[in-house]
Design a binder for this molecule. Structure first.
Ligand code: ZN
Ligand code: ZN
Ligand code: ZN
Length: 261
């Protein structure tokens, strides 16, 4: 088995459909126009882990049959990426009450301690059922099982944010879901990756913290991946119409999409 990526969700922070919206995307019959908040499930021959725990994390696990998670990696502490964090406790139980490691930048780890002060390594108090998490600050490459993971700092407003590069068996896949700008040092690590997943909030109308189509395509050109996928899309993006205008090697991700790297 190679590296396998499954999209738990591909939507922007409010999800698609948006509450109370009757636009053509929000009322579309195409299942690819229904987007949970963004997250990724990664599997290799030796391990399985998630990137982010969005609000619909539990629903995504149920729908996609995710029953095996040995670790968690966080991109940043925006609520659309962490609101489902408490649901990791099911994997403590499924893993025989083992503490689950959670890797993130030092800033994100600090934010998690503020937002979820009750979550740590300690075993639960009597009668309480809470996640047991070992937070690990990472600034350099680390490993989970047979996967090498390289943190990729990106610019996303004023919140310290990482994408991640996954390496296994000579193949490389990168995931950058929230990003306004990719620093040169990060770009240098991405050239020629097998799979590049990149933030593309919407068409050409710019946004202050997210990439939109013009810049996202420029980055894809510079990175020149074998295959590129856009994620973290809002309701401006109607899957079929939007994808038809893209270069052939760049597609739109959708919830439940599985990629073999
Ligand atoms: Zn986000
Ligand atoms: Zn809408
Ligand atoms: Zn964000």
């Amino acid at each position: 088995m190679s590296l396998q990526l499954t999209f738990l969700g591909t939507g922007t922070s409010v999800g698609v459909p948006q509450i109370g919206c009757t636009c053509p995307t929000c009322t579309s019959a195409d299942p690819r126009d229904r987007r949970r908040r963004s997250g990724l499930y990664v599997r290799s021959p030796q391990t399985a882990f998630v990137v982010d725990t969005p609000p619909e994390f539990r629903i995504a696990c149920l729908e996609l049959g995710v029953t095996h998670v040995e670790a968690c990696i966080l991109t940043h502490a925006h609520m659309d990426h962490i609101a489902g964090f408490d649901d990791l406790r099911r994997f403590n139980t499924l893993n025989g009450k083992k503490v689950l490691p959670c890797y993130a930048s030092p800033e994100t780890v600090e934010a998690m301690h503020h937002i979820f002060p009750y979550i740590g390594k300690k075993p639960k108090e009597k009668g309480l059922y809470r996640p047991m998490i070992d937070f690990r600050s990472v600034a350099r490459a680390f490993r989970i099982g047979d996967v090498k993971i390289v943190p990729l700092p990106v610019v996303h407003g004023n919140v310290p944010t990482n994408g991640y590069l996954f390496e296994h068996g000579g193949k490389r896949a990168a995931y950058i879901c929230d990003c306004f700008e990719i620093p040169d040092a990060t770009l240098a690590k991405l050239r020629g990756v097998d799979v590049m997943v990149l933030d593309c909030l919407r068409g050409t109308r710019p946004h202050s913290t997210h990439l939109t189509l013009g810049r996202a395509l420029e980055y894809m050109k510079e990175i020149a991946p074998r295959r590129g996928y856009f994620t973290h899309m809002c309701h401006d993006v109607k899957h079929e119409e939007f994808e038809a205008e893209l270069p052939r090697r760049i597609r739109l991700a959708y919830d439940g999409l599985e990629l073999k790297v």
